[in-house]
Design a binder for this molecule. Sequence first.
Ligand code: 0WK
Ligand code: BGC
Ligand code: BGC
Length: 924
Amino acid sequence: MDSIGSLGLQQGEGAPGCPQEGLPCPSNSSEMVQECLRQFTVTGAQLRQIQTSLLGSMEQALRGRAGPAPAVRMLPTYVGSTPHGTEQGDFVVLELGATGASLRVLCVTLTGIEGHKVEPRSREFVIPQEVMLGPGQQLFDFAARCLSEFLAVLPVGNQGLQLGFSFSFPCHQTGLDKSTLISWTKGFKCSDVEGQDVVQLLRDAIQRQGVHGIDVVAVVNDTVGTMMGCEPGVGPCEVGLVVDTGTNACYMEEARHVAVLDEDRGRVCISIEWGSFSDEGALGPVQTVFDRTLDHESLNPGAQRFEKMIGGLYLGELVRLVLAHLAQRGVLFGGHTSPVLQSQGSILLEHVAEMEDPSAGAARVHAVLQDLGLNPKPSDAEWVQRVCVAVCTRAAQLCAAALAAVLSRLQHSREQQALQIAVATGGQVFERHPRFLSVLRETVMLLAPDCDVSFIPSVDGGGRGVAMVTAVAARLAAHRRLLEETLAPFRLTREQLAAVQAQMREAMAKGLQGEASSLRMLPTYVRATPDGSERGDFLALDLGGTNFRVLLVRVTAGGVQISSQIYSIPECVAQGSGQQLFDHIVDCIVDFQQKQGLSGQSLPLGFTFSFPCRQMGLDQGILLNWTKGFKASDCEGQDVVCLLREAIRRRQAVELNVVAIVNDTVGTMMSCGYEDPRCEVGLIVGTGTNVCYMEELRNVASVDGDSGQMCINTEWGAFGDDGSLSMLSTYFDASVDQASINPGKQRFEKMISGMYLGEIVRHILLHLTSLGVLFRGQQTQRLQTRDIFKTKFLSEIESDSLALRQVRAILEDLGLPLTSDDALMVLEVCQAVSQRAAQLCGAGVAAVVEKIRENRGLEELTISVGVDGTLYKLHPHFSSLVAATVRELAPRCVVTFLQSEDGSGKGAALVTAVACRLAQRTRV
Ligand code: 0WK
Ligand code: BGC
Ligand code: BGC
């Protein structure tokens, strides 16, 4: 393997030609030069060690595990795909840091047409040293002034131009346009920038400089720009390699291997930041005294040690240090040093490139050395050239070892032994240094023999690539703006919620007084919550939620035992004839009785009927209108207890004693009230939504009596049916309402409950797809299907434990082809819709508990609310958002939400038990 060492260097070969004719050739002078050259010789084993160690550091950093800081940073760049060439438009690119003391501004026009290219317009500005080392604000103001100067002469109007910021330093990116500088490298050391978001610093400077119409939409590392700038047709390049003043590479890693990212699909571009590779075990043996001196005298000693052996900013300095060393020992330039040889940074990359160039010949080297103020002897030129060759060859070999580590990583992450890959290269060292690429290529072939690597010089130095990323970022930013515009009406302010609370209070007061109101405030004839003395066996029916249940409830001193059975109510029955519906209910009761061995027994029955009923007594309830998915005929306006009794009659030989009909809110309040007597409110947020509470009888105009309380079923689902919620209603709410079986009805319910949230989300997704924001604008049949997006998907998608990947799984099951950005946006849509629902629900509860507090003239009210309903119970954030909104809007009420365990069937049985107890007492 040591053959690698021979590339360009002949080990132990005698010094060519003595420095000066007739002078004894100090055998040791050529020895001394050879010794220096030998120090820059790297063996195959050493290169392989570097390759292995760097690969180890890369994989440790990807795992993101705790432990000693990995030598390389492996920074996600939020670039998830290589360009698909459809990007179009004029984009401004500001490049800072790639090429040392210069800043470049370009205007790149992307045509989106394969192979059709418009030459970018660009201008380079030299950055004064004091700006590179001064206050950060000064640097960014300098950049903004250069931008302004460039735009001033740009033929394209700069209204609404998007800018991509190519910032070639290690940054923690948290978004395409959000990036925090970790540490300066190369010749930069401005104050007050490390740890800051450099996009914001640039935006602030652009504002300070009064440059208008420029929108900074992306920040990109130069390696990413280089990779993305790969000529379409030859690429896509999946590795971006820069060797300019500094060095670094990026590559497309499988997203699932990047621990910090919550992704399992697709690829993401990782900026390796291999400049900071510093594993002593691997680098120590190849570091020379010159490297250590250079590092020691650099702006950032101890940092970027690998970069300082490769980067163009340092090659000239390494050569200078070697030449100064040899001059001081009288080996070169007759032992004369010169100000140039003494002063740091005086030998530049271009000097080395020129002197190193085999075609340059001794004469050219001689000329360069003279330009540097040196007085070289003929032999000096050759030695100097050999020093340049040694320094640059080592740089190319070390760079090759690093690249070979990346190739090994790609082989691992793609489980591919034979890898074919295109590497985009960029930077002055490639452009100026003829042999760098060939040494790099040959060394890579030896270190990664299974990889077929093509090196593609990037065009415009990566400017085009940055424009590509900017175009993608601009598209995503535009999509984000459209998403925000679409979701803005769902983001309710405290003022809006307080207005809903106040309007609900007003509607409650009017409803109680029997005045026109969208809140019917229906008396339920339940005057007290259970006091624990109830006893007996009761049948209960629970109709109106997701499931129809028949229950046997045994109330004993020891508590309540329940056995129940769930029966389905097919849509054709729920929307068929009333007779068919109630016959079906009685069939279920009979089936239940048989299974429970209760046949022939006539147990008192409590009927939870979760629809708006005007009650004239506990066992009388006129159905005002169906809601949710029910529309059985000949029921509205009928006493549903009668309808049930007629069905019982139709089914001879069945004895049932229907004692009470209760709303599911009342059943829930009673069920929770049995455990906690402070429970005086019942809340349902399930298929539908509604609330009841204990109101002072004196406030209930339609029921005689001024003392005591009665439970009022507010039927808040219909709140806003009088148009009082129109200021909150969105185009999507109107679409859902129009498509429902009861348009114009239950408007508040249609903004809150489980039957509708999925549909609201579906309509928003359709809208965003039509805008091209989602699913690349492809409308899918599935998404056009009503009720295909279940409300339970919101609960699943918003669950914290569910990574974005599972969000994709849910959506892909719906046949939606989506990207990770799509998944993120769908998540945000779900969050906006459910958050609004929970806040509106919270505003309603705040209105109710404040009413009770004021009813009782209390400074502070402590009260419990019994809650049931699938949405409230299953959604990961709904309940806490409701509670937070109530705390915000009713700060003088201490509200405890009790999730009902046994549903409202138990509550109906308890209401029946109370009714039976009261009936018992009146009979004795
Ligand atoms: C369970 C109750 C029932 C109520 C239902 C509401 O026992 O009375 O109607 O909760 O929640 P949903 O099933 O509609 O989600
Ligand atoms: C920076 C990298 C950059 C490289 C090439 C290094 O000093 O840390 O971010 O990609 O130089 O410009
Ligand atoms: C009904 C209410 C019921 C609520 C919850 C609404 O659609 O009108 O009576 O309490 O749904 O189930």
